[in-house]
Ligand binder design. Structure first.
Ligand SMILES: Cc1ncc(COP(=O)(O)O)c(C=O)c1O
Length: 426
């Protein structure tokens, strides 16, 4: 961590706070319990670290995350430094910074530094993995699902042209449960023994469903099928151990739930499998082969975003990764679990604790049209001041997605509950 950030965090009590859980920068010490997701005074203290518009209740943090104030200040400092030094920074200082941040991120993810490369987001990482996966032969098949992200679905379909494969798609069932997801993937793999590659989304951006990744990966492995895992939403939102998921190719985001500025993602490939991804458009910038840094070629990008990842991780650790996960879960349960008993509302993620993080989607019973769900999001905004988004692309019908952040208050969630109860009655 840069000394300036360390000093700012210590001065603000954030680093000390990680150990004692008691004080935050610029505020009187908090008497709070970081491990208690219901301790509103503690979470008010966390919220005070962010500059967030009060003009509306933002429950659309599925799009991208928020940067804490002191991470933003670090980002500005990094931008100024890069601007001050110009190419001197790029040519003489960036490599050392990048290597340090790579080691930090690797240790955070429990992987080796040489297994990761930075990208501008999950899209860049996943497109390079899907496009670069070289083991496919004409006549093989690849598989994706309706819940996968649109850009990754099109990349999978494009493999028909690029690799001469056939492309299978499954429609995932409702109600969604671990069992029903496993069964759907199992049936699809059995039905087509030619499948060699599976795109799997760790945590669905459409519904919030957390897939039983390790179990699906085991099914795939037993049939000699590789998995490319879209973990755009997982890092920072749920607990997982990358290595033990049993997948070899993963794309992650740091600008959603880790709190880095926009423009930071990660590609991870298990070391023994790096050679199975082609060099990006013939890149050979690194002498060690295979080197994962030849699997993506971003060009000159925003140095300051990557530099601020170090500060974001310090802040993330200071608030407490498990505490953040617990708070997100608490906020999500607070509105969605009571509504599960409302006969006019369908909650699209199961009550199973392993199957959800902070995101959850819903629809009004039998309102499966896209315009009905777009209208619902509009009513939430215009009548109740609550910003959400409708999501289409689910085979079972569109929905409205609700995504709080760690600084969302219980009162804001209660406003949503009240609005949905009123709407469901009308
Ligand atoms: C499931 C999923 N995959 C991939 C992405 C792409 O992430 P980014 O746009 O940050 O590259 C997103 C973004 O919302 C997502 O939700």
């Amino acid at each position: 961590m840069p000394d300036t950030t360390r000093r700012a965090l210590i001065a603000g009590g954030l680093l000390a706070g990680a150990a004692s859980g008691v004080s935050f920068g610029g505020m009187s010490p908090l008497r709070g319990d970081a491990a208690n997701p219901q301790d509103e005074s503690y979470w008010r203290g966390v919220a005070a670290q962010y500059d967030i518009s009060k003009a509306f209740i933002n429950l659309e943090y599925g799009n991208f995350g928020a940067v804490a104030r002191q991470v933003m200040a670090a980002y500005v400092r990094h931008t100024e430094r890069v601007n001050r030094l110009g190419a001197w920074y790029a040519r003489r200082e960036f490599a050392g910074d990048a290597a340090r941040i790579r080691e930090l991120v690797a240790s955070e993810l429990g992987v080796l530094p040489e297994e990761i490369v930075f990208t501008r987001g999950a899209t860049e990482a996943l497109q390079a993995l899907i496009g670069g996966y070289r083991a496919l032969r004409p006549g093989d098949s690849v598989l994706y699902a309706d819940l996968d992200y649109d850009a990754m679905q099109s990349a999978m379909r494009w493999l028909a042209q690029r690799r001469g494969v056939t492309v299978d798609r499954i429609d995932l069932p409702e109600p969604a449960t671990r069992e029903s997801m496993l069964e759907a993937y199992s049936r699809a793999l059995q039905a087509n023994p030619k499948i060699r590659l599976l795109l799997l989304t760790h945590l669905s951006h459409r519904t919030g469903m957390v897939m039983p990744v390790a179990e699906i990966a085991a099914l795939a492995r037993a049939r000699n099928v590789d998995v490319i895992l879209d973990s755009a939403h997982a890092w920072g939102q749920i607990s997982f151990n990358l290595v033990s998921l049993g997948v070899d190719f993963v794309g992650l985001n740091a600008h959603k739930w880790i709190g880095a500025p926009l423009g930071v993602g990660v590609m991870w490939v298990r070391r023994s499998r790096i050679g199975d991804i082609e060099e990006f458009m013939g890149a050979h910038d690194f002498t060690a082969h295979p080197d994962i840094r030849d699997r993506v070629h971003t060009g000159t990008s925003n140095f300051a975003s990557l530099l601020a990842l170090e500060d974001a991780l310090a802040f993330h650790r200071a608030v407490g990764p498990q505490s953040k996960i617990g708070r997100l879960r608490y906020l999500r349960d607070r509105w969605s679990e009571p509504l599960r008993h409302n006969e006019n509302v369908e909650i699209l993620t199961p009550a199973e604790p392993q199957s959800v993080g902070g995101i959850t989607s819903f629809r009004l019973r039998n309102h499966r049209g896209e315009s009905a769900n777009a209208k619902l999001a509009q009513v939430l905004l215009e009548r109740h001041g609550i910003f959400t988004v409708h999501r289409a692309g689910l085979a079972q019908g569109p929905c409205v997605r609700v995504t709080p952040n760690v600084f969302t208050s219980s009162a804001q969630i209660d406003a949503l509950s009240k609005a949905l109860t009123d709407i469901s009655r009308s």
